[in-house]
Design a protein around this ligand. Structure first.
Ligand SMILES: [Zn+2]
Length: 346
């Protein structure tokens, strides 16, 4: 069936995709066995079922437990190389993605410090080089901090991003569950020194915020989190859908020109939105409230989607017109942190 938004030859931009959710189950299974990693499944099909969330998850906590398995398997320089390369190459072949940013947390892939963080990041950078050589794409890495990490570990990740900024790393992010036992709001404003260091080094900043809280009685702690992120002066926000509930916050986002990276199917799978009707309302409200939106998968293999399907879903639901979906794709090319590599430009 032809895609209602894009022609086959249209070039797409994917700027919010996690490495832990971007590698197909067969490749992950092979990587696990090649490295002698004990996976808690005897049969491939049980493993495949456990590494995607097509049937939904127990909220974000459920998603996080799936990530823990994929992170374990990707915990070596070789596995990171193959995973990043596979996502970039496959993204071009399957979806014609020509602007592609892959994000991951290197400190969740070094077996608790056993592997060198630099070696992990360098492997990802090598994979970018190879993919850019083989396909007409521009690609970059976004290094992720974690909300549950100690400040020193997050600072170490930002230092890696800065060290490798001319070698494929284009930005920083934060994700993961909140520190054990802590209730929202997470204190994003504490990240200010790290955000400023990254920006001064020319890196882009996108932070996960405003993904949760649409279904709770009092969304104000989640609104507060996103407000803090807006005040940090970020370029983009991962999700940010809570702004649909708060006109003042949405106006601030629009005024600041902060880009919201929407991941529609992911929001349905994790229960961040109740159903397609709420999804459509949220996206419609964000768009008509003046927010700069882009459409992404969050990790096509784990979520069980494809980038072209994400745009098509929003058009089918009436959340965006076909023209608006195409504009969102053009915007994603523009706002990407990754710029064309000089040596690959010709
Ligand atoms: Zn995400």
């Amino acid at each position: 069936m032809p895609n209602p938004v894009f022609d086959d030859g249209d070039q797409l931009a994917e700027v919010h995709a996690h490495l832990g959710g971007g590698v197909d189950a067969a490749s992950m299974w092979e990587l696990a066995h090649e490295q002698g990693i004990k996976v808690p499944f005897d049969d491939y099909w049980d493993f495949a079922a456990a590494t995607n969330v097509h049937g939904g998850t127990a909220g974000l906590a459920g998603l996080d437990s799936v990530y823990q398995l994929t992170e374990l398997i990707q915990s070596s320089p070789e596995a990171v190389f193959r995973s990043v390369y596979g996502m970039l190459a496959g993204g071009y072949r399957s979806q014609r993605i020509t602007t592609h940013e892959v994000r991951f947390n290197p400190a969740k892939r070094n077996r608790g410090g056993e592997r060198d963080l630099d070696a992990i990041v360098l492997a990802a950078a090598h994979a970018v080089d190879r993919a850019v050589l083989e396909y007409p794409i521009r690609a970059g890495i976004v290094l992720m901090m974690d909300r549950a990490f100690a400040p020193e570990l997050n600072a170490a990740i930002v230092e890696r991003a800065i060290r490798f900024r001319n070698r494929g790393v284009v930005g920083i992010d934060i994700g993961g569950p909140r520190p054990r036992g802590s209730a929202p709001p997470y204190r994003y404003s504490d990240l200010r020194p790290l955000v400023e260091r990254a920006r001064a080094a020319g890196l882009g900043v996108t932070l996960h915020a405003g993904e949760e809280g649409l279904g709770v009685a009092d969304p104000s702690p989640y609104v507060d989190e996103m407000q803090q992120v807006v005040e940090l002066g970020v370029d983009r926000i991962g999700h940010g859908i809570i702004a649909a509930l708060d006109a003042r916050l949405l106006a601030r986002v629009a005024e600041a020109g902060i880009v919201l990276e929407l991941c529609p199917t992911s929001n349905l799978r994790t229960g961040a939105v109740r159903d397609e009707t709420q999804l459509a309302e949220v996206v419609f409200d964000l768009q008509s409230g003046g927010a700069q939106i882009v459409v992404a998968t969050d990790g096509p293999e784990m979520i069980g989607t494809r980038l072209r399907q994400e745009h098509a879903r929003l058009v089918r639901l009436g959340a965006l017109t076909r023209e608006q979906a195409r504009e969102a794709n053009a915007r994603a090319h523009e706002v990407a942190f990754v710029k064309p590599l000089d040596w690959a430009a010709g």
